[in-house]
Design a protein around this ligand. Structure first.
Ligand code: FAD
Length: 375
């Protein structure tokens, strides 16, 4: 049985209560967390009591083409205390912009900005962990005169924020632009709102949301990261938590595993947070590896453009050797279009080893080791 301590009961109960505790069996824990999360109820703590009839969690097994290993209760229980929906669209938090600057170098394609929001002063204080997302409601109204709907953005700062004061959140936003059927240039509503916003402006934010991209607690885990464009946002948070000196000093978490970042961009000036990553490479050469796919500048083995899946194919043997280790997690983030290419590369590589990716991938997912957030 687990004892779950909660606060802020609202909604159906129609009464705001103080703290309460609930008793729940392990197999009901995730369902309870989902229900609490959807009602905006904050989980303060979860304590497990091992009883004679409660089976011990099975150790994680390597994932091969054999049947899926069981999901790890410890990981699920740890995730249960992650904050969700502290602020909802009907009552968003008004954050203040503190910084907004371009992440691109001269000659880059498009517009990508790093934008920081001050979250101080809220009750409750909006807080989050690495791998979550924040909702933004842009000012103004849509074509029907209704307020704009929220858009989600992956958080690009660690829980401590870029200033380490636990009161900011940063995002990495690409301005959406495309030509419509009539050939007119269209700019995305929220991404343009954010890329244009000035420090001092107030913005309605919601969340945090998401438990798909959380980092494992294990300091010896191996983390393979596959990012395209702004999909780098969660990876930046992981890498800061792993290698940034201020983070290592602050957190009781000293990463000792292997972190391998695959990053796909169209041109070199489009690389994001490059100076930080190069610094981590120089400081942690045994723990950090960084592989780039620069589509318009590099060629794949067939002479075509170099996309991230070509790099995955190129290093497939090493990637599969790492995946055999139960300590290895894979994270994928970026435009949805990246998924089929990665899947194909993994299928081909698995087949070459006599493995079946179509059974391996669900097994990895079930073991909480395959994490995807594409949009
Ligand atoms: C979990 C999650 C995390 C995300 N994280 C990030 C992030 O870290 N950074 C980031 O920049 N974005 C991120 N996004 C995307 C973000 O939520 C918005 O979708 C994005 O900024 C565009 O919103 P917008 O208001 O600017 O565009 P809108 O004005 O809403 O326009 C989007 C619409 O334009 C149309 N459209 C788009 N492209 C084309 C095209 N080529 N041709 C024709 N029509 C088209 C589609 O109908 C689309 O729905 C994330 C999304 C999710 C779900």
């Amino acid at each position: 049985m687990f004892t779950v301590e909660i606060a802020g009961l609202t909604g159906a109960a129609a009464v705001r209560s103080g703290q309460r505790t609930l008793k729940v069996a392990y197999n009901k824990l995730s369902a309870l967390m989902r229900t609490l999360g959807s009602q905006g109820i904050r989980v303060l703590s979860i304590n497990g009591e091992t009883q004679a009839n409660t089976p011990e969690p099975a150790p994680a097994a390597p994932v091969t083409s054999s049947p899926a290993p069981a999901a790890k209760p410890a990981a699920k229980a740890a995730h249960a205390s992650v904050p969700v929906n502290l602020y909802k669209p009907k009552a968003p938090f008004e954050a203040t912009i503190t910084e907004n600057y371009s992440l691109l170098a001269d000659g880059a394609i498009g517009r990508v900005n790093h934008i920081t929001f001050d979250l101080s002063g809220g009750e409750p204080q909006l807080h989050y962990v690495e791998g979550q997302s924040i909702g933004v409601i842009p000012d103004g109204v849509d074509a029907n005169g209704k307020p704009h709907k929220l858009r989600l953005y992956s958080i690009a700062s660690t829980r401590h924020g870029d200033n380490m004061q636990d009161n900011t959140v940063s995002l990495c936003v690409r301005q959406l632009e495309y030509k419509n059927e009539a050939g007119e240039q269209i700019y995305g509503v929220c991404s343009t709102f954010l890329c244009d916003i000035e420090p001092g402006a107030k913005v309605k934010v919601t969340g945090p949301v998401g438990k798909e991209m959380l980092l494992p607690e294990d300091e010896e885990a191996n983390i393979i990261m596959l990012a395209t464009g702004t999909g780098i946002a969660p990876m930046r948070t992981y890498l800061r938590r792993m290698f940034e000196p201020t983070e290592r000093e602050r957190n009781n978490w000293n990463f000792r595993g292997k972190a391998w970042l695959f990053m796909g961009v169209p041109t070199t000036p489009n690389l994001l947070y490059e100076a930080d990553f190069n610094h981590y490479l120089s400081q942690y050469p045994d723990n950090f590896r960084y592989t780039k796919a620069i589509s318009r500048e590099q060629q794949n083995a067939e002479g075509g453009r170099m996309y991230i899946q070509h790099r995955v194919s190129e290093f497939a043997d090493e990637i599969f050797a790492m995946i055999e280790d139960p300590k290895t997690h894979v994270y994928m983030c970026g435009l949805r279009g990246m998924e089929p290419g990665i899947d194909e590369a993994m299928s081909t590589a698995a087949a070459a080893k006599g493995l079946d990716w179509s059974t391996m991938r669900p097994a990895l997912k079930k073991a909480d080791r395959w994490h995807v957030e594409t949009y």
